[in-house]
Design a protein around this ligand. Structure first.
Ligand code: P6P
Length: 332
């Protein structure tokens, strides 16, 4: 049977389930178009000589890659053509970007995104991705300011990621489950290939950057030590470890075969609150993981319940298989 395209899937959801307004469907199609364009830019990176770093740093204090800026521009330009946003905020930009009112067709939504998460992997040809989160623009707000973006993750209308790996995939949730679409480069369409994705409740695989071990808080140290004891330890089973240093790749693996992804706060990051950003990494990925039956916590609270205090706020992240995240959080 012919697979549904993303557009057909969204229109079906709109018609059969009465969800999504027209602006939302158009908006998601624009995001998909941006991701197709980013996929080509990443795929041809070396051929176009854009795999290097720039002399400048972003708001995070990280050296920007050429592709960080290129993909950020693609995301803004593609989405500005249709203008189904009141504004956009990006990991790569200090302040939100307001779409000029004359270019705007709808002021309903705010878009937050990390245009190329894991970009330090791009020149060693390891999977990278785009992460996005869609919020409602507060009623009557014509020109959204930072405070209008500072909504808890629980209020997200939609979130998703594109994974630029062996194939390019788009995985999205709008609060009615999680669905994955694979890009057919020959046709230029995303086709539904992963209907109603679910995170296995148990796992034997953890993902954490072990080089930070000496700086972890005690609960994390104790949990990992118990996992490493294997069948002789309190967990009574052997664990495997993965670390790709690309959150999108980790989360996708966990969606497919289970696992627990951890970027806990450590003594080096304590004053920053953690490594990963709440608004355009932790919240969108938490929405997806929870919609697929998993859990997502800072170790002390559900991530999507956190009331943001800043656009680039960081947060400790523990997310994945329900029973494993519960076990890990029991160490706090
Ligand atoms: P480290 C990529 O820079 C990122 O934000 C996530 O995608 C990834 O999980 C993490 O940082 C990797 O961090 O310290 O291992 O380089």
């Amino acid at each position: 049977m012919e697979k549904q395209t993303l557009s057909q899937f969204l229109l079906d959801e709109q018609r059969l389930r009465g969800i999504h307004d027209d602006e939302f469907v158009l908006l998601l199609n624009d995001i998909a178009t941006a991701c197709k364009s980013i996929s080509r830019a990443v795929c041809k990176g070396a051929l176009n000589g854009v795999m290097g770093s720039l002399e400048c740093e972003n708001i995070q204090g990280e050296t920007q890659k050429q592709l960080d800026v290129i993909t950020n521009d693609i995301f803004i330009e593609v989405n500005q053509v249709a203008g189904y946003y009141a504004g956009m905020a990006s990991e790569e930009m200090d302040a939100p970007y307001e779409i000029p009112v004359n270019l705007r067709k709808s002021g309903k939504y705010l878009l937050l995104f990390d245009p190329l998460d894991g970009s330090s992997n791009v020149n060693v040809n390891i999977s990278v991705g785009t992460i996005f989160s869609i919020l409602r623009c507060p009623e009557g707000v014509e020109n959204p300011k930072v405070k209008d973006y500072l909504q808890s993750g629980i209020t997200q209308v939609c979130s998703g990621y594109a994974l630029y790996g062996s194939s390019t995939m788009l995985v999205i949730t709008a609060g009615f489950g999680v669905n994955g679409f694979t890009l057919d480069n020959d046709v230029g369409e995303f086709y539904l290939t992963h209907l109603n994705m679910r995170v296995p409740e148990d796992t034997h695989e953890f993902a954490i950057n072990m080089s930070n071990q000496k700086s972890w808080e005690a609960p994390v140290k104790n949990y990992i030590e118990d996992c490493l004891k294997g069948t002789d330890g309190p967990r009574g089973k052997q664990f495997n470890m993965r670390w790709v240093a690309s959150m999108v790749a980790e989360v996708h693996r966990i969606l497919i075969r289970g696992g627990i992804f951890m970027y806990p706060v450590d003594s080096k990051l304590k004053d920053k609150g953690g490594k990963l950003r709440l608004m355009y990494e932790a919240n969108p990925m938490s929405f997806i993981i929870e919609q697929a039956g998993g859990l997502s916590s800072s170790g002390r609270q559900r991530i999507v319940n956190i009331k943001p205090s800043g656009l680039h706020q960081r947060v400790p992240v523990i997310m994945g298989s329900k029973n494993e995240v519960e076990m890990m959080c029991s160490y706090y």
